[in-house]
Design a protein around this ligand. Sequence first.
Ligand code: NAI
Length: 292
Amino acid sequence: QERMKGFGKDSEFRAKRVHVIGAGVMGGDIAAWCALRGLTVTLQDQTLERIAPALKRAQTLFEKRLREPLKVRAAFDRLIPDPQGDGVAHADVVIEAIFENVEAKHALFRSLEPRLKQGAVVATNTSSLRLEDLRTVLANPGRLVGIHFFNPVAMMPLVEVVEAEGADPAAAQAACAFVKQIDKLPLPVKSAPGFLVNAVLAPYMLAAMRAVDDGVAPETVDEAMLAFGMPMGPIELVDTVGLDIAMAAGKQLAGGADAPRCLIACVEKNQLGKKSGQGFYDWSSGKAAKGS
Ligand code: NAI
């Protein structure tokens, strides 16, 4: 419990409404988590069809965690699909979780800023882009903060709160307070490639994939690291993160080294891991089908 206080400085900030943009792997689950924790959440994506799978996952999460049908219903009512982004104007916290692409994020921030409530926290969930590059289109660049959740959101207590160079310290403090409010553990970090966790994890996953390039079976690499005491094997972790994301992060964190051949081969076949049903493992049954 003491640990869950996190490391951030205390702030009076309390959120009632959250607006999440991008209802994919991360945005959908961040929105569901915030609704589970009692906040009213609007969830935006390009179409209602893109929001639907996130709502389905949210229903499963609520049923698992809340059990009582009335509570499940109340949580579901707090999670509002919002393809037009009407929720932005009322949100105390806005979290961007769209594609990992600078131009797309710039276009979004441009249209977002004039509609923001005063004092609202504006956050990006980016794993690999520099906040200093993302905020250039904002009239008030000092307010952009990173709130970097880990996948799967419901299982991972740690959330990195990223403070960019020269940013308003109040923004990161409010973000830390928000992270605590939703019962996660904020870790304040400075803006640096990979922040803290991925800077440590990327070389670990890359080394595991290089072993696969050298002929070691993915199952063997994973079994070795499980036996070493890791909670999940590094290859299964790559499948969970998404091979496209791992590729982008690897490019940034590998210090110019070539991507592992096995990773390139999978991405070329659009085998992106758990989310596409096939990565290093076959996920079509919902679980990793491991060979040997
Ligand atoms: P994803 O591809 O699953 O979802 C992105 C969603 O954003 C899609 O549903 C897409 O339709 C939507 N979108 C794109 N442009 C939009 C726009 N202009 N307006 C509204 N919706 C838009 O991506 P994922 O994996 O959820 O990643 C999202 C962000 O989270 C990225 O910045 C990524 O770096 C970051 N992240 C990803 C993690 C992962 O394990 N996948 C972990 C932590 C952060």
